[in-house]
Design a protein around this ligand. Structure first.
Ligand code: IMP
Length: 424
């Protein structure tokens, strides 16, 4: 059975957690394949909000198995906090949560290195979530990392010490004053590692292969968004993993010819948290309204998100690099009440009109060219059928489908599981 993928097509925070939760009934296994606790996947059901960082969004469904794949980086301390929250809600995760032995571990000193590196960058900082993601992936590709499977070895603490000592000398190298008490951080870390070690570690690529052979349905859950991809995103203002479809192959061990549907999630407008170019960013009342109505604050850091109009040039690019087969439009309800909506359909770039994403998209290089759409005033949040959607919204959707050459099969009209409209 092919593996389906679910990916964010913008700069993250598209609403992947909600849609995975909605789709989980169709899948036996939900698997995370990249990123780590920089992600914040929000799920709302029975009037309660749940935020997951590293644990896959199928965890609240009794019948789903949840796999943390080899491409993920795990901070045991944050992971333990997530488990504690699940326990408070009587979620029996022990039998439904599996962890790849090949996933890398975020050490306390990785977090410190992230902070030191960002502080040293000054104005050029990435705007990282400071969860140690970059330094951990650097150790992975530098072949220095500690993996989940290493925790089963008798000498893992010696390896830990050697790496942490090296990190400390690197922290000292940065011209940044980072205050920390490593003994305290390590006490939490080792306690959390013990909890992690009580979970089930597996050779996940073999597990996924056997599951496919046994016709199990698998959904790979992406984190962050395509424009934060280390290769195809707005480098260097990106995260340190491949957030695009190819990342699911390397992050789970799935062969490229075994990918089925590719679900691409996007917001009806655009947001970005952290630094980096954002051609359609708004600095006026429209942007402030989107932020306020859409509650645009980071689920992991609480930072306000930058808001702007939908950028079709960037969205088309994301559909292209991912091979998106179905689109899901989130937060259409936030746009209710705008008299006119704008969609960026091309860029002015070096005096020319272009419809593809160029190498540089900083404000001095590109100017968005907009197409206007009539807005709608209806409150969408109580709607449950496609037939209820206002004509102006249908016109907006149909335009996007035509431009992106891909059907929009879900329109989300609120954060709750129930506020989901399926379109045939
Ligand atoms: P890092 O991955 O924490 O190093 O952050 C790198 C960049 O990606 C920063 O601009 C972050 O704000 C952004 N970022 C990382 N994870 C997420 C996410 O889950 N949603 C939105 N932005 C993210």
């Amino acid at each position: 059975m092919a593996v389906d993928l679910l990916l964010g097509l913008q700069w993250g925070d598209e609403g992947k957690g909600k849609i995975v939760d909605v789709l989980t009934n169709n899948y036996n296994i939900i698997a995370r394949f990249q990123g780590g606790p920089n992600a914040g996947h929000t799920l709302v059901f029975n009037g309660k909000k749940h935020v997951l960082h590293t644990i896959p969004s199928g965890i609240f469904h009794d019948d789903a198995t949840n796999l943390v794949g080899n491409g993920v980086v795990i901070d045991p301390v944050i992971f333990k906090k997530e488990l504690d929250k699940l326990e408070e809600q009587d979620v029996d995760y022990r039998k439904s949560l599996l962890i790849s032995r090949k996933a890398h571990i975020i050490l306390p000193t990785h977090r410190l290195l992230d902070a030191a590196s960002e502080a040293a960058k000054g104005k050029a900082k990435i705007g990282s979530t400071l969860k140690g993601i970059g330094p951990t992936y650097m150790d992975k590709t530098g072949r220095n990392g500690i993996r989940v499977g290493d925790l089963e070895l008798s000498d893992w603490k010696e390896r830990y010490r050697a790496l942490a000592d090296k990190h400390e000398s690197m922290i000292a190298y940065y011209d940044a004053k980072i205050e920390y008490d490593l003994n305290e951080l390590e006490a939490d870390f080792f306690a959390a590692v013990d909890v992690l070690k009580s979970l089930t570690f597996i050779d996940s690529e073999e597990y996924v292969y056997q599951a496919q052979k046994a016709n199990k349905t698998i959904l790979a859950e992406g984190a962050q968004g395509s424009l934060l991809d280390i290769d195809f995103g707005t480098y260097p203002f990106v995260t340190s993993s491949n957030t695009t479809a190819a990342g699911a192959c390397t992050g789970l061990g799935v062969a490229p010819n075994q990918i089925g549907e590719v679900f691409g999630i996007f917001k009806a407008y655009t947001t970005r948290v952290g630094s980096g170019p954002f051609p359609t960013e708004l600095f006026d009342d429209d942007g402030a309204t989107m932020a306020k109505v859409g509650h645009e604050f980071g689920a992991t850091t609480g930072r306000p998100r930058r808001c702007g109009w939908l950028d079709l040039v960037a969205l088309k690019y994301a559909c292209q690099v991912n091979g998106v087969t179905q689109l899901m439009m989130m937060k259409g309800d936030v746009l209710s009440g705008f008299e006119t909506l704008k969609v960026c359909t091309a860029y002015k770039y070096k005096g020319e009109t272009i419809k593809h994403l160029p190498y540089n998209i900083e404000p001095e290089n590109v100017t968005p060219i907009y197409t206007d759409f009539k807005g709608w005033s209806e409150d969408l949040t109580g709607m449950s059928e496609a037939s209820q959607l206002p004509d102006a919204l249908n016109a907006y959707i149909q335009f996007l489908e035509k431009e992106l050459e891909t059907p929009i099969t879900i329109v989300s009209v609120g954060p709750d599981r129930k506020q989901t409209i399926f379109r045939s």
